[in-house]
Ligand binder design. Structure first.
Ligand code: PMP
Length: 424
């Protein structure tokens, strides 16, 4: 750990908190974040030479694991021909075609460089299209660090106990309404009273950012029904779930068509690409066709697009069958360990994403996640780390399996958990 400690000390002098994104600082689990030097398949190695089975996978970006050969090759070949032009390139058209092919609700799509840009731009175009100012989001959902969406936000906000950010004036969030995830009655009432002021309802259709929380049967259908009734656009933020739970994300699994969809993470194969897209009549409000300004020097960057294309090309039905098999194997084993050890905890899982919540029996919304025992999670996190398994350093973040994980890796997680859970 010596080199990580030294680097972290220097980083803290130079970078606020020593990190370029807050959860990386391990504040809620304690200890020194490991500085990573290498990743190969399901494994990462830190600067002190220790290896871990990676269950973060760049926060869900790496569906094939680290340094997947076709992604590496695509990036190398593309880099040799020039890394950025700020002019149209053929890869952007191919990637748009792949996205539109996988998401029937997306007729047109624009590439950006981060999930934050995708949600920010989706909200802007929704406001322009509906000529309405308001937005409804859900407690514990995180949509990047967009000012108007940093209200009762999950992810780093939940981890660090500051779901509302300093520096965001009330005047900016005054237009944001918040409802409890999975409370269909509350949403219906809210849209009945305020629907005509609301440009959009934005939701993580399966939540990753308060830990994994699944929608109750009928909840997403209600969102679709009530938004349609009031002419409010429904935005599915599938930055995590897109290409992870199915190629066509939650929309493929449920048959629900969002008006706008945000994508990221897997879309860039670990490089910075995200996207927002949806109905043509909405997307055509963007400049240069309409009056909504949205732009980016590195948008559709050739390197990132090449990594994304290489990733999407290899994802097929077999990939999702395997991810589901690995996920359900893990679920079965972990639930057995919890039972045997008599540890009060609940495992929430959707496909290859999961969270173990301690000290609670059921987690279906933000209030219930807040009741989870984050200290017990911190002990579990360090117990697993010692045994070579790198979990997210927060109770309120999803863990991810990838196609590089083997059955033996999954069994190893359960075995390590048996030991790590003993002191709990
Ligand atoms: N939406 C969701 C659902 C996310 O999980 C994230 C990031 N974890 C974002 C948006 C923001 O993406 P980025 O970090 O690329 O800005």
């Amino acid at each position: 750990m010596k080199r990580s400690e030294k680097l972290f000390a220097e980083a803290r002098r130079l970078i606020p908190g020593g990190v370029n994104s807050p959860v990386r600082a391990w504040k809620s689990v304690g200890g020194t974040p490991r500085f990573l030097s290498r990743g190969q398949g399901a494994r990462i190695t830190d600067v002190d030479g220790r290896s871990y089975v990676d269950l973060v996978c760049s926060w869900g970006s790496l569906i094939f694991g680290h340094a997947h050969p076709s992604v590496v090759r695509a990036v190398q070949d593309t880099a040799a021909r020039g890394v950025s032009f700020g002019a149209p390139t053929p890869g952007e058209v191919e990637l748009a075609r792949d996205i539109v092919g996988a998401y029937p609700s997306i007729e047109k799509v624009r590439l950006v460089s981060s999930g934050t840009e995708a949600t920010m731009s989706a909200i802007r175009v929704a406001r322009a299209f509906t000529k309405r100012p308001g937005v409804l989001k859900f407690s514990g959902c995180y949509h990047g660090h967009v000012d108007a969406l940093l209200v009762r936000a999950g992810s780093g906000g939940a981890t660090l106990g500051v779901p509302d950010s300093d520096g965001v004036p009330e005047a900016v969030t005054a237009l944001t309404r918040v409802a409890e995830f999975n409370d269909a009655t509350e949403v219906e009432a809210c849209l009945r009273s305020h629907g005509r002021e609301l440009a959009a309802v934005i939701v993580e259709p399966v939540v990753g950012n308060m830990g994994v929380v699944l929608p109750k049967p009928g909840f997403l259908e209600t969102l679709r029904k009530v938004t349609r009734r009031s002419g409010t656009l429904l935005i599915f933020d599938e930055v995590i779930t897109g290409f992870r739970l199915a190629k066509g994300g939650v929309q493929e699994l449920t048959g629900i068509a969002a008006d706008l969809t945000c994508l990221g993470k897997i879309l860039g194969g670990g490089l910075p690409v995200a996207a927002f897209g949806g109905r043509s009549d909405v997307m055509d409000k963007l400049l240069p066709l309409g009056g909504v300004y949205q732009a980016g020097t590195l948008s559709g960057n050739p390197l990132a697009v090449a990594a994304g294309l290489a990733t999407l090309r290899e994802l097929g039905p077999k990939s999702y069958a395997r991810l589901e098999m690995l996920g359900s194997r893990l679920q079965e084993k972990l639930r057995r360990v919890l039972r045997d050890r008599r540890v009060p905890a609940v495992l929430n899982r959707a496909g290859s994403m999961f969270t173990l919540f301690f000290g609670v029996e059921r987690v279906g919304n933000f209030s219930e996640t807040r009741a989870a025992d984050a200290k017990a999670y911190a002990r579990f996190f360090h117990g697993m780390l010692e045994r070579g398994f790198y979990l997210p350093p927060s109770q309120f973040e999803a863990a991810f399996l990838s196609l590089a994980h083997s059955e033996a890796d999954v069994d190893g997680i359960a075995e390590a958990a048996t030991e790590a859970l003993a002191p709990l």
